[in-house]
Every structure is written in structure tokens, then in C-alpha cells.
Design a protein around this ligand. Structure first.
Ligand code: ADP
Length: 279
């Protein structure tokens, strides 16, 4: 006997965390905690590390926060967590009877990262894949996120078992792929794109980071790594959501934990597309 459809059910179990008995039995999607009301979950992914995925996650979160939305960041990059540092968070996570409490940044973005749980933030995380994947699931389920319009997931890089678990167990609305312009990385982008496709996750578009540098004297733009993302976006029929230059001040704001002060609307197109999800 099938359970009666819940109110508002779209019939798509992949984008829903309700634990109905009619849920596709093959689905590994985990429900979030009972005190959480998370409207949209957006995965920020990259085919490899070091392309600026965490920085782009932070930039998107700040952009949406500035638009007046309630925003959280789940740092699922367990072995290379950089989100707390970017926002100047040095405290340890606290817990109450309901669950683990996220840290809250100066402007009110909620975040959770393994760095908030480690005795000191220089400790390496020497965990095997299933343990790492378990921690990500716990961040999704046991953290008291409360009401959020958008939860950004800074996904682990690559296409290994941890990103796979994130894709399988958290109901992502869509994914944003971050790339740098080199050809080799663009080839790797296709892997990330194919992975999302295989998991039935809509790709919102591509962000090209470290796209160009602006000469401080003549203000001319130099595409020092080429400009492969336009071609790849066309090939994959995806939107190029924005280009972020190599900018020393961005790196400095990350290093100083003052990322909420960044100026520039490099990702405005991405932010508008994400805001459309709420309409
Ligand atoms: P990933 O998450 O892909 O491993 P990060 O976001 O941690 O990459 O970025 C790696 C390093 O590069 C960080 O120190 C970050 O501050 C720096 N960085 C990223 N994007 C830029 C940029 N557009 N301009 C200057 N520095 C950047």
C-alpha cells in the first residue's frame, strides 16, 4: 500500500528530505534534523582541489546574505577545511540537548566545519573515506541549522567516495561547478559535470575563478591561464555564472578572516540565479 502524498510533494525524492514510506527504496538521501527548515541546498563542487572552491562558496554565501536571505555553509571539505578561517571563526562548536550548534559569523552566516571540532586547528584529519563521509552526514543531520533559505555545501574536491556520499545523502537542489581556466582543469570539470548528471543533480552553471589579472597601472586585463571556460560552458550547454580575477586583496581577506568585507559583484549573475530558486 502506498502512503498518501504529503502536501507540496513534487514526486522527486532526490530534491526532498522527507522520510516518507513511499520514498524510493534505492534513495540514500538522509533527512536533516527535525529542528531544521532548510529551503535550498546548493553544492559547490570542483573536479580538483586548489581552484578556489571554498573562496567561491564563501563569496556566494556572502552575496546571498547581502540580499537578505538566511544563509549557512556546511564545510564538507573535511581534509582541507578553510571556511572558518575565511570568516575569522576560531571558537569551538558548542552543543545543547537538541544537537551541535553552528558558529555564526559577524553578519549572521551560520557555519559548521570539522575545524570547529578539532582540539587545535592545525591537527590533520587522518580519517578514512567512510569516516569522513559519516562526518559530513552528521553535519547535515545533527547540526541545529534552524531556518535557512540557502545552505551552501563546500564539497570535497574530485569525484571520489566522499563527494559521492555528499551527492547521494544530502538532497542538493543544484550544484555550482568552480574551475580555473586551464585546459587540463576544464577536462576535469567534465568529470564533475558528469558525476552530477549521473546523480541526477542539476548543474546551475560554471564559475571561472583565477580568470584574469588586472594590471594595477594600466588597468588592462590579462588572461594569463587562457580562457577555456566559455568553450566548456558552451559544450556542456551551461551558463557561465561569473569570472573572478586573481586578486591579492581577496586572498588577504581570506587570510585575515575578513571575507565579509569583500567588494565586487563578480558573482552577481550566480546570486541572481540562486535567488530565483526562492521565487
Ligand atoms: P579550494 O577550495 O578549491 O581548494 P581555496 O578556495 O581554498 O581552493 O583557494 C586556495 C587558495 O587560493 C586560498 O589561499 C585562496 O585564498 C586563494 N584564492 C582563491 N581564489 C583566489 C582569487 N581569485 N584571487 C586570489 N587568491 C585566491
Amino acid at each position: 500500500m502506498t502512503e498518501e502524498k504529503k502536501q507540496g510533494c513534487s514526486g522527486n525524492c532526490a530534491s526532498c528530505s522527507e522520510n516518507c514510506s513511499s520514498r524510493d527504496p534505492k534513495s540514500l538521501i538522509e533527512p536533516t534534523g527535525e529542528y531544521n527548515n532548510i529551503k535550498h541546498v546548493i553544492g559547490v563542487v570542483s573536479g580538483k582541489g586548489g581552484v578556489g572552491k571554498s573562496m567561491v562558496t564563501s563569496m556566494l554565501a556572502v552575496a546571498m546574505q547581502r540580499k537578505g536571505y538566511k544563509v549557512g555553509i556546511l564545510d564538507a571539505d573535511i581534509t582541507g577545511p578553510s571556511i572558518p578561517k575565511t570568516f575569522g571563526i576560531n571558537s569551538r562548536a558548542m552543543q545543547n540537548e537538541i544537537g551541535i550548534l553552528p558558529a555564526v559569523t559577524k553578519t549572521g552566516i551560520k557555519l559548521m566545519s570539522v575545524n570547529l571540532l578539532l582540539p587545535d586547528k592545525e591537527s590533520p584529519v587522518l580519517w578514512r573515506g567512510p569516516v569522513i563521509a559519516g562526518a559530513v552526514k552528521q553535519f547535515w543531520h545533527d547540526v541545529v541549522w534552524g531556518d535557512l533559505d540557502y545552505l551552501f555545501i563546500d564539497c570535497p574536491p574530485g569525484t571520489g567516495d566522499v563527494p559521492l556520499t555528499v551527492f547521494q545523502s544530502i538532497p542538493l537542489d543544484c550544484a555550482v561547478i568552480v574551475t580555473s581556466p586551464q585546459d587540463l582543469v576544464s577536462m576535469i570539470v567534465k568529470k564533475a559535470y558528469n558525476m552530477a548528471n549521473m546523480m541526477d543533480i542539476k548543474v546551475l552553471g560554471i564559475v571561472e575563478n583565477m580568470s584574469y589579472v588586472v594590471c594595477p597601472d594600466c588597468k588592462k586585463q590579462f588572461n594569463i591561464f587562457g580562457s577555456g571556460s566559455e568553450t566548456i560552458a558552451q559544450e556542456l550547454n551551461l551558463d557561465l555564472l561569473g569570472k573572478v580575477p586573481i586578486d591579492v586583496s581577496l586572498a588577504q581577506m581570506v587570510d585575515n578572516g575578513e571575507f565579509e568585507r569583500f567588494e565586487g559583484d563578480y558573482l552577481e549573475k550566480a546570486a541572481e540565479k540562486i535567488a530565483e530558486l526562492s521565487k
